[in-house]
Design a protein around this ligand. Sequence first.
Ligand code: 4NP
Length: 168
Amino acid sequence: MTPAAADPNQGSTTVLFVCLGNICRSPAAEGCFLHLLAQEGLEEAFQVDSAGTGHWHVGKPADPRMREAAARRGLVLPSRARQIDATDLTRFAHILTMDNDNLAGVRQLAQGRSPLAKIEPISRYCRHHSLEEVPDPYYGGPEGFERVLDLLQDACAGFLDSLRPPRH
Ligand code: 4NP
C-alpha cells in the first residue's frame, strides 16, 4: 500500500500513540500497529512511536504484564516510556489517544500552537467493539490487559485501513 497521506517532511506516515504512563496501552498500540505493518511489508512507509502525558515512568520498558499478554499474541513491545512534548505535535501527522484524559491533555498541549497532527481517540477506528475509551489496565487484573489488546488490535487494523487510498 502507498499511504494516502504521507507527511510532507518525512516521506513516510508518522503515527504517535498516547496514553497516561506510556507503559501499558500506548506501547501495546505501538506493538499492535508495528505487527500489522510487518505483516504487510509496510514498515518503511511509517514512523511509529508512543508517549505518555505523564512523566512517572520515563525510561521504563512496557509493563511486564502487558508485554507477556502481548507476547502470547505474537506481539513485541519495543518501547521505552517517554513523555509527549510540543515537538511531537509537528513531528507526527497522527496522534491517537487512549482515553478522554489523554485526549484532553494532548489538546491542551496543542492549544495556541499549529499542530501538524490530527489528534483523535483511537477508539474511533474500532470496528468490532463499541466504546469511547481504552480502559486503563494498570490497577486491575490480567483480564484488563487482554481486553486492551482486543480493543487495540481491532482499532489498529481499522486505522491502517483508513489510510489506504480509496479503490476505484
Ligand atoms: P498506561 O497505564 O497509561 O496505559 O501506561 C498506566 C500506567 C501507570 C499508571 C497509570 C496508568 N500509574 O499511575 O503509574
